[in-house]
Design a protein around this ligand. Structure first.
Ligand SMILES: Cc1cc2nc3c(=O)[nH]c(=O)nc-3n(C[C@H](O)[C@H](O)[C@H](O)COP(=O)(O)OP(=O)(O)OC[C@H]3O[C@@H](n4cnc5c(N)ncnc54)[C@H](O)[C@@H]3O)c2cc1C
Length: 421
């Protein structure tokens, strides 16, 4: 496979751009693989890549019912950050951010990771105090974090609504190493990296059943025939409960909800930060893409569904948030909006774990936050599948944590998936 470099771009330019290799093959499924990963989203593809790269396991297939990256992978607002306070998330997301920082080099593929300050607006002095505790924890554990008082914020982002906001802005917490990336480039980069290491990525191949013998899995039924597997990893985001049912395992602590995203017409440079606004029931996050579009989103659609489309009340809700915090957006035209299906867990935290069936592994429950998690998720899921035991960093990402009363996330929003934004 051609290695991408400035030299290869120059050389292929001289040859009229002929001779580029395909980024990944389109293989026929083989009868058996050592590992089958279901779902060619970011988590499935990253897992296949790290299985080959870190553990030398290359007899791997990634099965995808549609096209790779067509699920949440290509639908999210691409925010990357690691500003979590409590142990369970702190080290996992920091590991992920470190992988992001070198991902384009690791994959030899430009994922357009654009580091820029992630700015969470604060609206009261007690909120500033609580945030200081969280951001001091970031500093004490080797990450970065800052508190901006109002004068700094006004200098950095002058066009926020400082004069007439319903919830007056008093300051912000900031993580400068956060950022955004081009989401489909991440999927393509991991796919190309996995394929070049021998992984078969099989698109248009829906898993319709899971074969088991007694307490262990032996393979999958698919729309392209049966495929045997030594181990199976599920990474199907909002479809997890469907696959779980195929394995006859009862119910999961996951609900599927819809989340919408929005992009405006392209504008001249307006915002070189990620801005988050969440107070008094409002929830809103925004950044500007390299093409100039304002990319933003808000809350879930508030009802369960597998449909990848959203409803109009959320359009109104998000537009209200947008104009209340950045009034200059009032005359901007919306170009597109769409939805993805989120695997919302009861405590807002993910699962990377073994299951009651031998050799069946689960990767799910990413809520709104799975994009930033995808490198670390693939890293630790591959490690779990390869070695059969969880790394200490993910020891609480299992299904038994509810019995142990473990709290992973500092938000403490309560046992309702709709609350975990
Ligand atoms: C609108 C929106 C905005 C978001 N914004 C952010 C953000 O800013 N930052 C952040 O960190 N996260 C964000 N997220 C969350 C993030 O996108 C997801 O958590 C993450 O992408 C989920 O993992 P994935 O990429 O593997 O999922 P997906 O890309 O959905 O991959 C799962 C794949 O499994 C396939 N599949 C399902 N069933 C089967 C089957 N039976 N057989 C074969 N294949 C199957 C699907 O077709 C799909 O391609 C957002 C999500 C949405 C929808």
């Amino acid at each position: 496979m051609t290695r991408y470099s400035a030299w290869s771009v120059f050389l292929h330019g001289l040859m009229g751009q002929r001779g580029w290799d395909r980024a990944w093959r389109d293989p026929e499924p083989r009868p058996h693989y050592d590992v089958v990963i279901v779902g060619a989203g970011l988590h499935g593809l990253a897992t296949a890549f790290y299985l080959a790269e870190n553990h030398g396991i290359r007899n791997v297939a990634v099965l995808e019912k549609g096209w790779l990256g067509g699920g949440n992978a290509g639908r999210n607002t691409t925010i990357v950050r690691s500003n979590y306070m409590m142990d369970g998330n702190r080290f996992f997301y920091e590991h992920s951010l470190k992988l992001w920082e070198n991902l384009s080099h690791t994959l030899n593929y430009n994922v357009m990771f654009s580091q820029r300050a992630h700015v969470t607006l604060l609206h009261s002095p007690p909120a500033m105090d609580a945030a200081a505790r969280r951001y001091n924890t970031l500093l004490l554990t080797g990450s970065d974090g800052e508190i901006w008082q109002l004068d700094t914020l006004k200098r950095e982002i002058p066009h926020l609504n400082y004069d007439n906001a319903r919830f007056p802005i008093v300051g912000a917490t900031v993580q400068r190493r956060a950022g955004t990336a081009r989401h489909d480039a991440v999927a393509w980069g991991y796919a190309r990296g996995a394929d070049s290491r021998g992984v078969d990525i099989i698109q248009n191949c829906e898993v319709t059943g899971i074969r088991r013998e007694g307490g262990r899995v032996t393979g999958v039924r698919t729309t392209r025939g049966d495929i045997g597997a030594g181990k199976i990893g599920l990474a199907v985001a909002g479809n997890t409960s469907r696959l779980w049912r195929m394995a006859d395992l009862g119910r999961l602590p996951i609900e599927t909800h819809k989340l919408q995203a929005f992009v405006s017409e392209p504008l001249k440079p307006l915002l070189d930060h990620v801005v988050v606004f969440g107070v008094g029931g409002a929830h809103f996050y925004i950044s500007q893409s390299d093409k100039g579009g304002m990319v933003f989103g808000g809350d879930l659609d508030w009802y369960k569904s597998y449909a990848q489309r959203g409803n109009l009340p959320i359009v109104q809700d998000v537009s209200e948030c947008a104009t209340s915090i950045l009034p200059c957006l009032g005359r901007v035209r919306l170009l597109r909006h769409w939805a993805g299906v989120m695997d919302m867990s009861m405590d807002g935290s993910p699962f990377i774990c073994r299951t009651p069936l031998e050799n069946l592994y689960l990767n799910a429950g990413w809520n709104y936050g799975g994009f930033k998690a995808s490198p670390a998720s693939g890293w630790f899921f591959a490690d779990l599948i390869a070695n059969g035991r969880p790394d200490p960093v993910i020891r609480n990402f299992d299904l038994q944590r509810f019995e142990r009363g473990v709290n992973i996330d500092e938000r403490g929003a309560g046992p309702d998936p709709k609350l975990h934004g």
